[in-house]
Design a protein around this ligand. Structure first.
Ligand code: SAH
Length: 474
């Protein structure tokens, strides 16, 4: 078995750390040491301006000249950061002879101590080392951890640190303390801190400590975006990683669901076309409330954005009625995603000064839609749920004055494998969908910008154009 490095965290307060070198590399090491409370001594023939400033502010001490063994006299640790390989070796050898830990920058072989890649969140530190073998991999991992753990983790560590004595006093028994921490860490406190509500978090911790109030779970109403998991927000990803149970629509893609915590319960609560939507909706409300009351971390995952044609508001009202804590995470809504992935800019300085998100899914003559306003020029219309109502949309828009030659685009299954874009004119809209067999989920764009799909397409197959039969007849 090969020998491996042993990780340690060093208390450097009032201990001398010698940094040899006066350039950028030395400066980065010095910067990393500044908040450790170490006595930092920088030895070099000359210092760069930032090191000189630190010296002028008395935050570091300096020795001018080339390395001499006597520089090591008080040192507990030395960092060789010169650009001279021979000097670095001399420093490492001298340190070794005196049993002083030495780090030689970028030289694992000469180093008796390695400085890890770090992620810092308040008092909490995560250190990563590849043993000098693959520093780029360690760095890559660090970046991933930076993304995965937000700043509130520091606040959480601080909160627990502050309460440490009272927790021990209140719960002297270790198993009880473990249960308490499980409850706290999987309960609402991390989410409260993420929302910046330190006061409620502190209060929740106290309530848990007194354990008189039962711990309620909470519900996160999360937008899953249009399908491509790369379009999830970081917060959505974190919540999926934490959830005990996820109630999702049918529209949410398998690729997104695959990112859920492995033992999370996935429950589809999609509405069937033609089904009784109100009954489904009240069942959803009941399920959300039940699971939250049972102390579960519940994610209600909706396609696109939860507040755009998603009945998200109604679900929050139901939760509020039962006193259940919730948060909302926006998602990329279909119109935005479809525009981007089909090469259709939604606005244009000259041709489209506004965008409207409209639902085509309405019934009857009196559909509450202001068709006159929709028929105005210089705007882009994005019709959700439009596949079945295309004839009516065309007829109303044309009847209210929009030109039959206005470009339209149908974007089907956007951001996913198999995305299709069909481009044509308003006049031929229903035939376009029929001939090319456009099916849900698809969005309809109406407006000058729709024509740009043929030029700006970059994702998936090239757009299909027009209705061959009609064109021949014309
Ligand atoms: N809350 C969702 C919309 C729900 S309504 C959002 O913000 O996007 C469902 C409609 O959204 C579908 O009928 C379709 O018009 C549109 N839609 C959702 N995902 C889509 C996708 N990947 N490609 C095309 N249209 C999509």
């Amino acid at each position: 078995m090969t020998a491996r490095l042993f990780p340690l965290f060093a208390d450097l307060r009032n201990r001398t750390v010698l940094v040899v070198g006066g350039g950028g590399v030395a400066r980065r090491k010095v910067t990393a040491l500044l908040d450790t409370g170490a006595r930092i001594v920088v030895g070099a023939p000359a210092l760069d301006s930032e090191l000189a400033t630190l010296a002028a502010e008395d935050r570091i001490e300096t020795i001018t000249g080339s390395f001499a063994e006597s520089w090591l006299d008080d040192a507990w640790l030395v960092i060789a950061a010169t650009d001279d390989a021979i000097a670095n070796r001399t420093i490492a050898d001298a340190a070794e002879a005196r049993r002083i830990w030495a780090n030689v920058v970028d030289d694992a072989e000469l180093s008796s101590i390695h400085l890890p890649a770090r992620v810092e969140r308040g008092p909490l530190q995560i250190a990563i080392s590849s043993g000098g073998g693959a520093p780029m991999l360690a760095r890559h991992l660090r970046e991933q951890l930076e993304i995965q753990f937000d700043e509130s983790l520091g606040a959480l560590a601080e909160l627990l640190q502050r309460s440490r004595a009272s927790i021990r006093e209140r719960l002297p028994d270790l198993p009880a303390r473990r249960r308490f921490f499980d409850r706290v860490l999987s309960g609402p406190i991390p989410a409260l801190l993420r929302r910046g509500d330190a006061i409620s978090a502190e209060r929740a911790l106290q309530a848990n400590l007194n354990a008189t109030t039962p711990v309620h779970g909470r519900v996160a109403l999360v937008g899953a975006g249009p399908g491509d998991p790369g379009l999830l927000t970081l917060r959505a990803l974190r919540l999926l990683n934490e959830a005990d149970v996820i109630f999702h629509d049918r529209l949410v893609s398998d690729e997104v669901l695959a990112l859920a915590r492995r033992d999370a319960e996935l429950i589809e609560v999609g509405k069937q076309v033609g089904g009784n939507h109100d009954a489904t909706q009240s069942t959803i409300h009941r399920l959300l409330v039940e699971h939250a009351k049972a102390g579960k971390r519940v994610v209600r995952l909706k396609g696109g954005d939860p507040f755009v044609f998603g009945r998200g508001g109604e679900e929050l009202e139901a939760l509020q009625l039962h006193g259940i804590d919730f948060e909302v995470v926006p998602g990329i809504t279909a119109a935005i995603a479809c525009g981007a992935y089909a090469g259709i800019p939604l606005t244009h300085r000259d041709h489209a000064q506004s965008v409207r998100f409209v639902t085509a899914h309405t019934k009857g003559e009196d559909d509450g839609i202001d068709w006159r306003a929709l028929a105005q020029d210089h705007q882009t219309l994005a019709f959700y749920m439009g596949v079945s109502g295309l004839e009516r949309i065309r007829d109303r828009l044309v009847a209210h004055g929009r030109s039959p030659s206005t470009p339209v685009a149908l974007v089907e299954n956007s951001t996913r494998a198999g995305q299709r874009v069909v481009v044509g004119t308003l006049a031929e809209l229903p035939e376009l969908a029929r001939v090319h067999r456009v099916s849900a989920p698809a969005i309809l764009f109406v407006g000058e910008m729709a024509a740009l799909a043929t030029r700006l397409h970059w994702f998936g197959a090239a757009p299909l154009q027009g209705v061959p039969g009609l064109r021949l007849a014309a």
